[in-house]
Design a protein around this ligand. Structure first.
Ligand SMILES: *[C@@H]1O[C@H](CO)[C@@H](O)[C@H](O)[C@H]1NC(C)=O
Ligand SMILES: *[C@@H]1O[C@H](CO)[C@@H](O)[C@H](O)[C@H]1NC(C)=O
Length: 342
């Protein structure tokens, strides 16, 4: 009986040691594979940076100087870069990066394993790039007539329309300009926008997503990102509503009850900015003034935090919160800026 147990233990020991040796062997192999992956990633990252830089310069040349020649060139460069990315992707996928130990290296491989819009066949990619270029050209070239002189019809987004929104406080002029420009530039972009969505959805499918919405949400690297946003919105909504009511009250004081209702939405054309990239509540700073000691504090905040977006936070921080919270906010902004600009 005793002998049987010893033999069994010896057997188990022998089997276990075989496994340990096997594991050690493959651990070494895995370490070598990971080191090779690291070297490869360094070269890939460098060549991709160069390619993206080339693509960005060509796009900039087109966007800042919209000519047929520059458009054609931008398209060519974008297609060449897509080709290069496709080639690199094939090599990237030969690495067993799922097995790597270093989470950061794994994450880089994970990101490079998604080919993005370069996954599209060249003809579809060309349609996607053309749709984007057309929308940019429409945006830059759309013209409307002057509010005061309807025979003068050469007003463009830059500089005339932007200027009107920055300077005019005539609610009728602002409304007219807002509607006319959206008719001229928005409606004219519809077909290109539909093409853009269709091509992007094709690219999403080639990258393993059901839709471009799912693809973009994956960038947050959180399976429940939508639930997280909903929870954040619930949290911030009371503050948002107070800022909204505050801005609306000041706009009522400026434009009158006939133009801005007491309880309804804020008319977009009154917010002093023509193009809302960030939020419709990035209202003109002057609306938040006069605040006690506000200008000096705002200047200090902008210099210290080094970000224009702090204007909005400043309005909310100084009006809705106690002033003591402003330094906290600065610390948050600074760390966020540092994180985005390593
Ligand atoms: C605009 O692009 C054209 C090429 O289409 C070029 O000849 C011209 O010099 C560019 N203009 C400026 C101001 O860069
Ligand atoms: C239209 O006329 C008003 C009043 O004279 C003036 O304030 C405004 O700047 C003019 N707008 C344009 C676009 O010239």
């Amino acid at each position: 009986m005793m002998l049987k147990i010893i033999v069994e233990l010896a057997l188990v020991g022998a089997i276990a040691s075989v496994f340990i040796v096997a594991a050690q062997g493959s651990a070494e192999e895995r370490a070598a594979e990971e080191a090779a992956g690291r070297r490869y990633m360094r070269t890939l990252d460098e060549s991709t940076s160069r390619a993206k830089n080339r693509k960005t310069l060509a796009a900039w040349e087109y966007q800042s100087n919209i000519t047929d020649f520059n458009q054609e060139r931008q398209l060519q460069v974008a297609l060449e870069v897509a080709d290069q990315e496709k080639e690199a992707w094939k090599e990237t996928m030969t690495y067993l990066w799922h097995e790597f130990e270093d989470p950061e290296l794994k994450r880089m491989f994970q990101k490079y394993s998604k080919l993005g819009t370069s996954a599209l066949p060249e003809d579809l990619n060309q349609r996607l790039i053309s749709a984007i270029n057309n929308m940019q050209a429409t945006y830059a070239k759309a013209t409307i007539c002057d509010y005061n002189d309807r025979t003068k019809c050469d007003l463009r987004v830059e500089p005339e329309i932007t200027e009107i929104f920055a300077k005019s406080s005539d609610a009728e002029e602002l409304k007219y300009t807002w509607l006319e420009w959206h008719k001229a530039a928005g409606a004219a972009s519809k077909a290109d926008f539909i093409e853009y969505i269709n091509m992007d959805n094709e690219a999403a499918k080639l990258n393993g997503y059901d839709s471009v919405a799912e693809w973009w949400l994956s960038e947050y690297e959180e399976a429940d990102s939508e639930d997280q946003f909903a929870a954040l919105w619930d949290q911030i909504k009371p503050l948002y509503q107070q800022i909204h009511a505050y801005v609306r009250r000041h706009l009522r004081l400026r434009y009158g009850d006939q133009v801005v209702s007491a309880k309804g939405p804020i008319p977009a054309h009154l917010l002093g900015k023509f193009f809302f990239k960030h939020s419709s509540l990035t209202a003109r700073v002057s609306v938040c003034n006069p605040l006690p000691k506000s200008r000096a504090e705002l200047t200090r905040l902008l210099i210290e935090c080094g970000s224009e977006s702090s204007i909005l936070y400043y309005c909310s921080a100084s009006d809705m919160f106690a002033r003591a919270r402003v330094p906290d906010f600065c610390a948050i902004m600074r760390s966020r800026i540092a994180k985005n600009n390593p």
